[in-house]
Design a protein around this ligand. Structure first.
Ligand SMILES: Cc1cc2nc3c(=O)[nH]c(=O)nc-3n(C[C@H](O)[C@H](O)[C@H](O)COP(=O)(O)OP(=O)(O)OC[C@H]3O[C@@H](n4cnc5c(N)ncnc54)[C@H](O)[C@@H]3O)c2cc1C
Length: 346
C-alpha cells in the first residue's frame, strides 16, 4: 500500500471485530477454517472484539452452525445456488458486501488455492493490504494485525502491517494453528445474507469437478507416514504405502527424498513444503532437520524410526524406535493389519 492514501476522511474506528471466511467444498468445511477460528478467537479476545465467520455455499446451514461450535460469535450465512461451487466473482461479491456492511477490522482466510484467489480479489477491490500465506498472527496495542510469513526463500520471517486501511487482511497456512475443541453447546448468532445474484450475470461456469484420486492432500490427512533419505531409493516408499494403507493414512516425504526424485515434490513436508497437523505422524528414515520439523511438529503424536539414536527427530518424537526401518516397518504393518482389520470390518 506504499504511496496510497485512503480517500477522504475515513473513520476506521467504525471497523471492529475479526472475520474468518470459512472454506467448504461439497458441504464439508476445510480444517484450516476451524484452525483459523481457533487462533482468531485468541486475537478477538485480546482485542475485546467479536469473532465473526462468513459461510458461503448452497445448503451449508450446518457449516454455519459448526462455525459457532468452533468459536464464532456471529456467523454471516449466504446460501444460494449460485454459490454451490467456488467462483471468484460471486464469492467476492458476497464477501465485499458483508465486509462493507459489517466492517470487520481484520479478515482472515486459509491460504488454499481458493482462499488466495478470493483474498486477492477482495483486497484489490476494497482496496486494502493483504499478507499471503502467514504462519504467525498477533495484534498490538494499536489493534494492528501483525501477520508474519516466511520470505526470501524462507530465509527470513517478515512481519507485515497494514496501518492505513481496513480491514487488515491475511491468508494463513493450513496446519499451523489448532482448532478449538468443538463445543455443540456454544451459542452465537446466525445472520442470513441476501444477495441479488443471477446465474446469467456470472460469466464463469463450472462444467464439472474432476476428482484426482492421486492428488496429495496432506493438509487434511489424519495419519501421515513420511519417509526420508533413509529409505535409500524410491522402492523404500512401497513399504510406506503399505503401512499408510493399513492405517488409512497418506504418504509424505522429506525434502531430501523429493530432491532425489524418489517421490514428487507435492509430498514434501516442511518449511518449503506443506505444513501438516495430523493426529499421527510417522517420521521414517528422517533425521529431523529444523526445516522438516517446522512442518510437522504440531502433529498430535509423532513416531520416529531411525537407526541413529542421536537423530534430532527423537527430541520431538512421542515414541521412538531405534533400528533399521526395513526390518521395523514391515513388522509394524503386519501388527497393525492383524489388530486393526477386525475393528474396521465391524
Ligand atoms: C532453505 C531450506 C529449506 C528446506 N526445506 C525443507 C523442507 O521443506 N522439508 C524438508 O524435509 N527439508 C527441507 N530442507 C532440507 C533439510 O535441511 C534437510 O536436509 C532434510 O530435511 C533432510 O532430509 P532427511 O531427514 O530425509 O535426510 P537425512 O538428514 O540425510 O536423514 C536420513 C536419516 O535416515 C536415517 N537412516 C538411514 N538409513 C536408515 C535405515 N535403514 N533405517 C532407519 N533409519 C535410517 C539416518 O540415520 C538419518 O537420520 C530445507 C533446507 C533449506 C536450506
Amino acid at each position: 500500500m506504499i504511496g496510497l492514501q485512503p480517500e477522504g476522511d475515513v473513520d476506521w474506528s467504525m471497523y471492529r471485530g475479526i472475520m474468518v471466511v470459512v472454506e467448504q467444498r461439497s458441504g464439508v468445511a476445510k480444517p484450516v477454517s476451524w484452525q483459523l477460528l481457533g487462533e482468531a478467537r485468541r486475537l478477538a479476545d485480546k482485542l475485546d472484539a467479536p469473532l465473526m465467520a462468513l459461510v458461503m455455499g448452497q445448503d451449508v446451514s450446518h457449516i454455519a452452525q459448526q462455525a459457532i461450535g468452533y468459536g464464532a460469535d456471529i456467523v454471516y450465512h449466504a446460501d444460494a445456488p449460485e454459490l454451490k461451487d467456488y467462483r471468484t466473482r460471486p464469492y467476492s461479491r458476497v464477501c465485499l458486501k458483508v465486509i462493507k456492511t459489517y466492517r470487520p477490522e481484520i479478515v482472515l482466510m486459509g491460504a488454499t488455492y481458493t482462499g488466495r484467489d478470493l483474498a486477492g480479489a477482495i483486497a484489490t477491490h476494497l482496496p486494502t493490504g493483504l499478507t499471503a500465506d502467514s504462519t504467525q498472527l498477533d495484534v498490538d496495542d494499536e489493534r494492528l494485525l501483525l501477520a508474519s510469513r516466511p520470505a526470501f526463500s524462507e530465509k527470513m520471517l517478515a512481519t507485515i502491517l497494514c496501518k492505513q486501511f481496513k480491514p487488515q487482511m491475511a491468508t494463513v497456512r493450513a496446519g499451523v494453528f489448532q482448532a478449538l475443541p468443538y463445543d455443540e453447546k456454544r451459542t452465537g448468532k446466525i445472520i442470513a445474507v441476501h444477495q441479488d445474484m443471477h446465474e446469467n450475470d456470472i460469466v464463469t461456469k463450472v462444467l464439472e469437478f474432476v476428482q484426482d484420486d492421486n492428488r496429495v492432500n496432506l493438509e487434511d490427512a489424519q495419519v501421515i507416514v513420511a519417509g526420508g533419505r533413509g529409505l535409500g531409493g524410491p522402492d523404500g516408499f512401497k513399504l510406506l504405502h503399505e503401512l499408510a494403507n493399513v492405517l488409512g493414512g497418506t504418504v509424505a516425504a522429506s525434502r531430501a527424498a523429493t530432491d532425489l526424485g524418489w517421490i514428487d515434490h507435492a509430498y514434501q513436508v516442511g518449511q518449503t513444503g506443506t505444513t501438516v497437523r495430523p493426529k499421527l505422524y510417522f517420521a521414517i528414515g528422517i533425521s529431523g532437520a529444523v526445516q522438516h520439523v517446522v512442518g510437522m511438529q504440531n502433529s498430535d503424536y509423532i513416531v520416529a524410526i531411525n537407526k541413529d539414536p542421536n537423530a534430532p527427530i527423537f527430541q520431538i518424537a512421542n515414541y521412538g524406535i531405534v533400528g533399521d526401518l526395513f526390518e521395523i516397518v514391515p513388522l509394524l504393518t503386519k501388527a497393525f493389519q492383524e489388530r486393526l482389520t477386525p475393528v474396521m470390518a465391524r
